[in-house]
Design a protein around this ligand. Structure first.
Ligand SMILES: NC(=O)c1ccc[n+]([C@@H]2O[C@H](COP(=O)([O-])OP(=O)(O)OC[C@H]3O[C@@H](n4cnc5c(N)ncnc54)[C@H](OP(=O)(O)O)[C@@H]3O)[C@@H](O)[C@H]2O)c1
Length: 218
């Protein structure tokens, strides 16, 4: 690890998007600390990455994860009942940040369609279906727009909300950024590209205190 580089904490590094965040952070030479419920999933990286074992609803583990960190990137998520974790996890992360003297910036992955970005879904039948039909059934719990509300209401933490369009695993196609009142973009985005955006926010504070919708560039 290069100690001249910022120390960043990643939550969700074993997941489909988080693995790209981790890979990109390694390529940039950042010092990296991750939270993992199952550290064995990252055993091939144990020389390069500091691993804190634990669950995101354990405030002591999360505080340990955040000590001395400059930026937190969270790609937390689960669609497994009954422990939808995003809202609870965000609550715990904010609690842990409050307990630190030097508070890291917090980059949180969310979804287009949540909060005021619902207006960007109006012209897409697929999005309309997802937002109007799926969200009320399970989506709100999975994506946890209440997590966004907790972050936006927090006056002690500097944050970026990265709202992804529908995720795919195709190679990078670049991304465009939009505020909620701006025009919508393509329906999908590569996981690699949303990871790239969140990593850009490590050194670029121009998106702080903004919820940014991200769409594929091509
Ligand atoms: N599907 C879409 O089109 C879409 C669009 C926009 C946004 N999103 C949201 O984007 C986020 C990331 O998506 P993804 O597909 O990359 O998710 P994913 O592959 O399911 O990864 C979720 C990550 O969260 C971790 N995690 C779950 N519960 C945890 C806990 N209690 N403590 C610590 N870590 C925990 C998982 O770790 P383990 O390895 O331990 O399970 C995994 O690393 C999700 O919130 C998703 O809902 C999805």
């Amino acid at each position: 690890m290069n100690n001249q580089q910022p120390l960043i904490a990643i939550i969700g590094a074993t997941g489909a998007t988080g693995k790209y965040v981790l890979q990109g952070a390694l390529e940039r030479g950042y010092a990296i600390r991750v939270l993992a419920r199952t550290p064995e999933k990252l055993s091939h990286l144990k020389e390069k990455v500091e691993i804190v074992k634990g669950s995101v609803d354990d405030v002591e583990a999360v505080k340990q994860l955040f000590e001395g960190v400059t930026v937190i990137i969270s790609t937390l998520g689960t669609n497994k009942k009954p422990n939808y974790i995003v809202e609870k996890g965000v609550q715990t992360m904010l609690q842990a940040i409050h307990r630190l003297k030097n508070k890291p910036r917090f980059i949180h992955m969310s979804a287009v369609g949540l909060g005021n970005s619902i207006q960007q879904c109006k012209n897409s039948w697929l999005w309309t279906f997802i937002v109007k039909v799926t969200f009320p059934l399970v989506g709100r719990e999975i994506f946890a727009d209440r997590a966004e509300q907790l972050i936006i209401a927090d006056k002690h933490v500097k944050w970026v909300i990265a709202r992804a369009a529908i995720l795919d695993n195709k190679p990078s196609r670049g991304y465009i950024t939009r505020l909620a009142h701006e025009s919508t973009g393509k329906m999908f985005i590569s996981r690699q590209d949303i990871a790239e955006f969140m990593l850009t926010c490590v050194g670029d504070t121009s998106f702080d205190e903004k919820a940014i919708s991200l769409f594929s560039a091509t």
